[in-house]
Write a protein that binds this ligand. Sequence first.
Ligand SMILES: Nc1ncnc2c1ncn2[C@@H]1O[C@H](COP(=O)(O)OP(=O)(O)OP(=O)(O)O)[C@@H](O)[C@H]1O
Length: 247
Amino acid sequence: MRDLPILESHDRPFLRAEDLVITRNGRRLLDVADLALGGTGPTLFLGPNGAGKSLLLRCLHGLIVADRGRVTQDGQPIGAEQRRRQAMVFQTPVLLRRSVAANLDYVLKRRGLARGARRARIAGLLEEGGLSGKDRQAARSLSGGEAQRLAILRALACDPEILFLDEPTSALDPAATQDIETMILRAARRGTRIVMITHDIGQARRLAHDIVLMQGGTVAESGPAHDFFDDPQSQAGRRFLAGGLVL
Ligand SMILES: Nc1ncnc2c1ncn2[C@@H]1O[C@H](COP(=O)(O)OP(=O)(O)OP(=O)(O)O)[C@@H](O)[C@H]1O
């Protein structure tokens, strides 16, 4: 994302996790001392299976409350007001058993938009997601790539300040992945903060402004993506980029 402003050290974090701990059955699943996300471009979470990426993302979105510690958005604890300003897209799109347009209409109606405004917004969203002409199709009959595009459109329909994405392209082919990446970059350029998990290092190179590398429930390394890819500071980072096993 070379056309986005570079993260400056004085950028105020929009999200912060402090002293975050989750323990289950005597096992510490998450242990994050202090992680501040403040970049203007996408932040990509990397790390092996079970590293705690999804748990941390869910804590940042307020879906899970940690046993200890706190998460703040713009300095405020994550509550209903903060969650209204966030949206999340999962690996498997969760769509209503309704038409494509009705899936979008549902969230716009909940936001209180009048019928005419909803119709115009839906047309704009469908065009943005390359789904014009599919408005009456049953959402659950869409292809995997189309369904994920609709899930992202539905998340963007609420104009979230932060969009969380948990491996949104892991089940998609390269062409469908490229479509999703284009949508993500467009949203980022419009100012939506993107916080996303991927296992695809190539994707992280294409999208990331900042990287968070997780290992064993902790943050092994975080910072600007170009620093991470050029000269990783942690042993986990060096091994990860060299294609070695990071457990
Ligand atoms: N509710 C739960 N109860 C017990 N253990 C859990 C629970 N949720 C997650 N875990 C464990 O926490 C660890 C971290 O899980 P998490 O899903 O965050 O990993 P991840 O980095 O997202 O992995 P992946 O890349 O495979 O999605 C795993 O060992 C998982 O089994």
